[in-house]
Design a protein around this ligand. Structure first.
Ligand code: ADP
Ligand code: MG
Length: 551
């Protein structure tokens, strides 16, 4: 008999599985969507690898996913002829959660079942969702190009077993031994409905095999063509949504769906989405974009830096190019002229769609901005070419308006004679709102933008003015509010009374080198003192950020 190795699940997986096994989740039918989604990804992967290694397909180039229900054995199986998994793959893919954002996700789990299942819905548990309906799962898999097949068996209770196995071709068979209360997943009609509902967009055929009166019957359930090549008029919102779930490994609604075909010098199809919720990896330092590249319906890569810029990394979906060669390697994609053109055009299209939303549906746009504004603002810093466009898209909190405001709105509210757009930066919206620096501005009725994203201090360095108006921090020396025509800038340097003179002298003697200067000011109305940066010196909040980084 083959040697069987026992392994424990990674701690995070055990916690997740515990929740799966004991779940009272109402949508447990989604396990089938997850298995079909994985099978489809696996076929995409081997199709791509076969571009440079034909032998991998071994005469078996008709991809298919087979779902088989066996009422006697009470098993449901999902099989594919995709890339397959070897021993190491099984251990790392079905024993750990490698996805980024996992630890952040785990920290958010509260122990409250309902709340946690909700979170899981957003995070997506993929393969592990099988344990909502099965008390034992067997995965038999053979990696394309390898001789040895392997089996992985688990009851989802903390351990899994791996052993050598026999399997004819490449790919993966997953057999679920259904729980007592999961018999519905053996009924052909039920299975058909589930597949139609969640997986109709899958681009390879899904065959449902069932036992009937006259023996076994097999029926193709889905349409089997890539969703993005179908005419828009024939795609329902639900189909878009399910495709989004599959392609993004996400579980929220798309906030915006962008589906179009570009024709002309270069031809490509775009089907992209803006999520409603922040993806878990949004603030990963790697800033990895997650859009997938296809060439003539063949998946090439989901690790493509050149498809959209880093500040659009929240976009999910695909670009399918007609012009790139099918056997293009991931390395060859870098600085490829076709890719550069696509990136440019797609970026412009996304920004112009966002602009449309901002004008037509400002409230929906405000929600988008709360989620993705901090990321989009990185573009103001790094995308010189589109700086003005991005500044127009930007929204801010402000002392002068409820909700969010644009720079143009601020300018339209500026007081007669006001030449400057004032802002304050800080760590949190609450903090900046309470800052004593704002007192004088408030009493004069001058609006100040309240900026509290870390990225704000960086893009502000690149943007000296908007619409001909200087942008200036209220923490800067000369951002004082005298009527400059009357008194001139020097007026504030002179202490007005002998008492003030004496006080400043005493403070200077006490503080010494710690401060550069002490000046009387009209910027305060309630507080006694505040710190300011000198004209030409760095903004105070930026100083703090940089100090924190240099430690
Ligand atoms: P995700 O699909 O989001 O990566 P899953 O939990 O659904 O997460 O799957 C985990 C990993 O297991 C996949 O990324 C893939 O590498 C592997 N995997 C799952 N099912 C299959 C399959 N049918 N064929 C090949 N690999 C698979
Ligand atoms: Mg998956």
């Amino acid at each position: 008999a083959p040697k069987t190795e026992k392994h424990g699940f990674q701690a995070e997986v055990s916690r997740l599985l515990h929740m799966m096994v004991h779940s009272v989740y109402s949508d447990r039918e989604i396990f089938l969507r997850e298995l079909i989604s994985n099978a489809s990804d696996a076929c995409d992967k081997v199709r791509y690898e076969a571009q440079t290694n034909k032998a991998l397909l071994e005469e078996d180039s008709d991809f298919a996913i087979t779902v088989r229900a066996d009422k006697v054995a009470r098993t449901l199986s999902v099989s594919d002829n995709g890339i397959g998994m070897n021993r190491d793959d099984l251990m790392s893919h079905l024993g750990t959660i490698a996805r980024s954002g996992t630890s952040a996700f785990m920290e958010q789990l509260s122990g409250d079942k309902k709340q946690d299942m909700n979170l899981i819905g957003q995070f997506g548990v993929g393969f592990y969702s099988v344990f909502m309906v099965a008390d034992k799962v067997t995965v038999t898999s053979r990696r394309a190009g390898e001789e040895q097949a392997w089996s992985w068996v688990s009851d989802g209770l903390g351990e899994y077993e791996i052993a050598e196995a026999a399997k004819a071709g490449r790919g993966t068979d997953i057999v679920l031994h259904l729980k007592e209360d999961a018999g519905e997943f053996l009924e052909p009609h039920r299975l058909q409905t589930i597949i139609k509902t969640y997986s109709d967009h899958i681009a390879i055929p899904i065959n449902l095999v069932t036992e009937g009166e006259e023996g076994e019957t097999s029926e193709k359930v889905n349409e089997g063509t890539a969703l993005w090549v179908r005419p828009k008029s024939e795609i329902s919102e639900d189909q878009y949504k399910e495709f989004y779930h599959h392609v993004a490994h996400a579980f929220d609604e798309p906030w915006l769906t962008l589906h179009y075909r570009a024709e002309g010098m270069i031809e490509y199809t775009v089907l992209m989405f803006v999520p409603t919720q922040q993806p878990m990896d949004l603030f990963d330092p790697a800033r990895r974009p997650r859009t997938k590249l296809y060439v003539k319906r063949v998946f090439i890569t989901d690790d493509c830096e050149d498809l959209v810029p880093g500040y659009l990394r929240f976009m999910r979906g695909i670009v399918d190019s007609e012009d790139l060669p099918l056997n293009i390697s991931r390395e060859m994609l870098q600085n490829n002229p076709v890719m550069n053109k696509i990136r440019k055009a797609v970026t412009n299209k996304i920004l112009s769609e966002l602009e449309k939303k901002a004008t037509k549906e400002p409230e929906a746009y405000a929600e988008f901005w709360q989620n993705f504004g901090p990321v989009l603002k990185e573009g103001i810093y790094e995308d010189f070419e589109r700086r003005d466009q991005l500044l127009k898209l930007a929204r801010f909190e402000s002392t002068g308006a409820e909700g969010l405001t644009s720079l143009a709105d601020y300018v339209s509210r500026m007081k007669e004679g006001q030449e400057t757009i004032y802002y304050i930066t800080g760590d949190s919206p609450q903090r900046v709102r309470r800052s004593p620096q704002l007192e004088g501005f408030k009493s004069k009725g001058i609006e100040v933008l309240l900026l509290s994203d870390p990225v704000d201090d960086f893009w502000l360095q690149m943007v000296p003015e908007f619409d001909g108006k200087k942008l200036q921090s209220v923490t800067r020396g000369s951002a004082d509010l005298e009527d400059k025509n009357k008194e001139g800038d020097e007026a504030e340097a002179k202490p007005e009374t002998p008492e003030m003179d004496a006080l400043i002298g005493a403070l200077k003697a006490n503080l010494g080198e710690v401060v550069k200067d002490i000046r009387p000011s009209k910027r305060l109305t309630d507080s006694a003192v505040c710190l300011v940066a000198d004209e030409g010196d760095m903004d105070m909040h930026l100083q703090k950020i940089l100090q924190a980084h240099n430690k």
